[in-house]
Ligand binder design. Structure first.
Ligand SMILES: C[S@@+](CC[C@H](N)C(=O)[O-])C[C@H]1O[C@@H](n2cnc3c(N)ncnc32)[C@H](O)[C@@H]1O
Length: 330
């Protein structure tokens, strides 16, 4: 399979160092910073830890993993689940993200076959994994804004289309799920997860008012200074009490002290410190979606059969028309 099999209005000159550039997401600057940090040696947490069990948990177990599927990993980030899909035998994977840094990192990994070894929490778990040397020829990296997905990818190409930990960062879920559904083959599987009511609480939503429109680099640096982004250079010596009480302590960030003090008085210091989370504070959208609503939409509007029962995740298959349906459509 080739790039032109997947891309509508394919133009060879749209490749930039191995990544096909269609469009960038409005929030891409946040993720360029985030993924640049995450893949840097500064980050003490290695990429891709436990990716196979985490991915199988998302899929719903090995028996829900289609045989040698053609896969779309949408909002792929740094591609831990793209690599897990290839390792589990995917025939081909297209990785799409609104950032450039994410897909570029995946392209570099698969073309060099330089992929961090799997580390399993449970060492007794054994999987028959595909050879990484084959991944370069089974992969396409694309930068595309999800809202323009249908302009970018050819419909009806995929056995499995998934979006992991990203749909709640979009304005709404319906358009994305509809466009994802359009990319599936007749028996293809649509897979997504999302926050449900209660996951993101009011304290987080209130605190976002401090950070949402602040400059990206400043917020990254603030979160490094406060130990909420870990770096190799800086150990965990941040003290939230000192930050709130001592005007000299991290005085570069004085403007955040007063609002954080106010929230601390209302909710308690530990609660507020705990909720200082880079992505949650800066992502333009942070929704909780009603699971029942998502299920209803996927069943009634998209015409899929929802096959899972757990909340906050949807694993659904297009209902293929029975004989009568086929006769009727002809
Ligand atoms: C929390 S990360 C999840 C990454 C990956 N799926 C994972 O689980 O490791 C959210 C991802 O959604 C992507 N994203 C957010 N909004 C997007 C949009 N409008 N178009 C394309 N990608 C988007 C970001 O670039 C980011 O890589």
């Amino acid at each position: 399979m080739f790039a032109k099999d997947f891309i509508l209005n394919f133009d060879d000159s749209n490749f930039k160092d191995g990544v096909y550039i269609h469009s960038k997401a409005p929030n891409s600057d946040l993720y360029e910073l985030m993924w640049t940090y995450q893949k840097s040696p500064e980050n003490p947490r290695p990429w891709g830890i436990n990716r196979i069990p985490k991915f199988l948990d998302f899929v719903g177990g090995l028996n829900h993993w289609p045989k040698n599927p053609v896969v779309l990993d949408l909002a792929c980030g740094l591609g831990r689940f793209t690599i897990a899909s290839l390792e589990l035998g995917a025939k081909f994977v297209v990785s799409c993200d609104g950032s450039y840094t994410g897909p570029k990192h995946i392209h570099d990994m698969v073309t060099s076959a330089n992929i961090a070894a799997n580390q399993f929490e449970d060492p007794t778990q054994k999987f028959d994994l595909a050879n990484p040397a084959t991944f370069g020829s089974k992969h396409l990296a694309v930068q595309v804004d999800i809202s323009r997905l249908a302009e970018c990818l050819r419909p009806g190409m995929f056995d499995l289309v998934f979006i992991h930990m990203a749909i709640h960062h979009l304005e709404g879920y319906q358009e994305a799920l509809k466009d994802m559904a359009g990319l599936l083959k007749e028996d293809g599987i649509l897979l997504a997860n999302y926050w449900v009511p209660g996951t993101m609480d009011n304290i987080t939503y209130e605190m976002r008012s401090i950070f949402l429109n602040e400059p990206r680099e400043r917020i990254r640096d603030f979160f490094i200074a406060t130990g909420h982004i870990k770096t190799q250079a800086k150990q965990d010596d941040f003290n939230f009490d000192s930050f709130l009480d001592d005007p000299e302590y991290l005085s570069d960030y004085a403007s955040y002290k007063e609002p954080l003090q106010k929230f601390s008085e209302k909710y308690g210091r530990a609660e507020i410190n705990q909720r200082l989370h880079w992505e949650n504070m800066q992502t333009p959208y942070l929704h909780n979606f009603s699971h029942a609503e998502v299920v209803r939409y996927v069943q009634d509007e998209l015409g899929f059969k929802v096959l899972n029962k757990d909340e906050g995740r949807i694993y659904a298959k297009r209902k293929t028309p029975g004989l009568l349906g086929k006769l009727f459509n002809n």
